[in-house]
Design a binder for this molecule. Sequence first.
Ligand code: SAH
Length: 475
Amino acid sequence: MDHLPIFLNVKGTPSLVVGGGFLAARKADLLLRAGCKLTVLAPSLGDELAHLADTHDFVHKTSELTAQDLTGCQVVFGCSHDSTINQKLCELAAAAGILVNVTDEPDNCDFIMPAVLDRSPLLVAIASGGTSPLLTRMLRARFETTIPAAYGRLAEFAGGYRERIKALIPDMHQRRRFWEDMISGPVAEHLFSGQFEQAESLMESLLKQAALDGDRKPVGEVYLVGTGPGDPDLLTFRALRLMQQADVVLYDRLVGEGILNLVRRDARRIYVGKLPKNHTVPQEEIGKMLIRLAQEGKRVLRLKGGDPFVFGRGGEEIETLAENGIAFQVIPGITAATGCAAYAGIPLTHRDHAQGCIFVTGHEKNGRPDLNWNVLIQPRQTAVIYMGLSSLDLITEGFISHGADPQTPAAIIENGTREGQRVISGTLSSLPGKTAEAGISSPALIIVGSVVTLRDKLSWFADGKPKKRRSLLNE
Ligand code: SAH
């Protein structure tokens, strides 16, 4: 983060805008809405400021800028067309330790002004650190349409009950649930449709119920969520919703930062990742942890790379939960095979190449990949091998020694769907050498079959380099 996002309380404090034009008017409007005692210093007021003066009280000064004008201010704004005046404002502000913002001069800004969506008391502020004001405006427009004006009403209504509910439900987690139920339930619906009395009476029944429930612990639950191969855009809506509700999250190494950032900010995070041949947290331990946390009444989010039921040991985890009477939900995710194949431009099936596809794990047993070669080597079939990087040599040798043509096309995809994805394609005989040469590391997925050749044929891969989605197909 390049900036600290805060909402400043400026009610009743002096603030200064230097300049009389349209940009000065925009800042003045915000400052007045936030309750500042505003002074505008400019030789004359433009139309917008003159118009603002009709409806709002502020002081207009035409004198020369002096240190006196900044007295008591927390923030000041330079919006003058004359850069020497803005510069002088910066110097005076720096000397007095006051934060200054000069329009369109990032080097002269202690802070930036976000695009604001005002649903007071609810405020949404969006900033791009000055890199793309257009994008921030577009996002604001999008929020304008998705956050109804009534949300302000909801926030205000909730604010009125805050202290009472705090006293009634001392436990933070229980209180949070109460609010979630209220915000996503009929109370909010009535408020949105302007039925205040009904909303109030429903709220009173909720409060009565909460008082009756007393210290009764909420029932915990486990969400076993597949996060897909890495690109956060590949999450499902349901995954995202549960990620934003959970109290605690258990995740492993396949779950990237981009996805973790979408988990509720204040959820407790527990890393239970395993590295190949270096089991950090045994599966049994994870099962026990899930049970204990759910029994404490927590909503436990178990994040799994890809799909929980595809080489994800999801089955084992829910078996333990079921045995212990813990409620759970399983949310599927895009598995590495489909995600990586799509982002690498390799269709797993194709009318002219493969009528079937098989997913296997290349995990070794007694030092060798434990594979059923007869099933794996079939005409018109694509084979996808998970966890096969460390035994790539043995896998390709196995294919060849069990009768596959050494020239069978094969590819390996490293970091599929993520930034820095690399795709190496070749044949069963050339792939191990090429992979070693490129220094491919985990996570990596192997695809064997003639569908691999389609990658070169697809129009956007002419000359072997992607012409579209360059950032994702980064070679
Ligand atoms: N449940 C997961 C698979 C877990 S097994 C799923 O459905 O995708 C872990 C293996 O998945 C890795 O060794 C690798 O072979 C594959 N894998 C997972 N994510 C990957 C990615 N982003 N890029 C390439 N391979 C990936």
